[in-house]
Design a binder for this molecule. Structure first.
Ligand SMILES: Cc1ncc(COP(=O)(O)O)c(C=O)c1O
Length: 367
């Protein structure tokens, strides 16, 4: 059957997203069991137990459409952030924060406007621009793997509409203190939207929310997610925080039932799961220290991280080779060659037994 439907030219230029290999695929391909996946910055401790309970309780209501306004979750979010004097109208919910990236770009960008994004950073920023054929201005990271905030400012022109700031940044784990991000925002025109992506913020506690008010900074959208510290990546739920005027425009573009009812219930419960979050952060901190120590013994360089993953420099070894050898030993990591880091891999910080397996595998490959 001939296929004759043509997309706009810019669609052909999009490089499809390649996710971390699923465990089942590696099991199938390699004929291995007990695979360890440290490739997608997921929470190794599983989902928030309170969220799982809430999902179970909600199953009987699945015949109903979800509350399209996310009323109760937004109310709980305003309660959770009560020190910041935010109201429900200061929140928008998304099918993952990834969806909110897309909605923001679709809501605010005209065809002739451009977007500034750091590189390497979260691929969704590039895809959001590319799928609309928008001009993307890429600002390379500085030598210390941090966002080059000065260079990003220099990229601004009279057609700039959105700037992405990922803090901490994925895949490097580097981050700025809130006051440095504030200084950056102060240097951006108020008709340009600054999206501060705080997907990993729970691991560093350095939110820009501490320093700005949306009355003063109507051009800032903060993105958060339940996918990382809360362990709900499979559910797809994230949220944005901003002034109500900005969010009411995004609401026009949002699909009416973009967040499913299980996610809404789970989000509400997860916010109350303080014990789980504390445990997640403390395990991540301890395991990060363990991995740093082992990398030093192996004479492997790494970038200090403010998140739940570590960018590792394998020096003379090629990332694709090491990745393949690790796969053969049942460990899935993310090679960074697609980001131009030929000798680097990104490793999600796992549970201790998972990290042990990774280190043993690395030792046997490298030494
Ligand atoms: C920097 C960054 N932002 C956003 C996301 C997307 O998270 P979500 O699962 O909420 O779509 C990720 C996921 O890896 C990320 O690394």
């Amino acid at each position: 059957m001939p296929f004759e439907i043509k997309s706009p030219d810019y669609i052909y230029k999009i490089e499809p997203y390649i996710p971390g290999k699923p465990v089942e695929e590696v099991e199938r391909e390699k004929g291995l069991k007990n695979i360890v996946k440290l490739a997608s910055n997921e929470n190794p401790l599983g989902p928030s137990p309170l969220a799982v309970k809430a999902i179970r309780n909600h199953l009987k209501n699945l015949n109903r459409y979800p509350d399209g306004s996310g009323f109760y979750l937004k109310k709980d979010l305003s309660e959770y952030f009560k020190n910041y004097k935010l109201k429900a109208e200061n929140f928008i919910l998304g099918n993952g924060s990834n969806e909110l990236i897309d909605i923001a770009v679709r809501t605010f960008c005209n065809k002739d406007e451009n977007i500034i994004a750091p590189f390497p950073s979260f691929v969704a920023y590039y895809l959001a621009a590319e799928q609309l054929g928008l001009k993307l201005k890429i600002s390379n990271l500085s030598k210390d793997y941090k966002l080059d905030l000065n260079s990003m400012l220099k990229f601004i022109d009279n057609k700039t509409k959105i700037i992405f700031v990922s803090n901490p940044n994925n895949p490097t784990g580097t981050y700025y203190k809130s006051k440095e991000i504030l200084q950056f925002i102060k240097n951006v025109r108020k008709d340009i939207l600054v999206i501060v992506d705080e997907a990993y913020i729970e691991y560093i506690n350095e939110s820009i929310l501490d320093l700005i008010s949306f009355e003063e900074y109507g051009n800032v959208l903060i993105l958060r997610t339940f996918s990382k510290a809360y362990g709900l990546a499979g559910l797809r739920i994230g949220y944005g925080i901003a002034c109500k005027e900005l969010l009411s425009l995004m609401d026009r573009v949002r699909e009416p039932f973009n967040v499913n009812s299980l996610s809404l219930a789970a989000g509400q419960a997860a916010l109350k799961d303080e014990d789980f979050i504390k445990k997640v952060i403390s395990v991540n901190d301890a395991e990060k220290k363990y991995l740093y120590g082992e990398f030093q013994l192996l004479n492997i360089d790494y970038v200090e991280t403010g998140a739940n993953f570590i960018l590792v420099d394998l020096k003379d070894n090629k990332a694709v080779d090491i990745n393949e050898k690790l796969l053969n030993k049942g460990v899935i990591v993310r090679p960074m060659n697609r980001f131009g880091y030929e000798n680097m891999i990104r490793i999600t910080i796992g549970k201790h037994n998972e990290n042990l397996k990774l280190i043993r595998a690395l030792k046997s490959i490298i030494m």
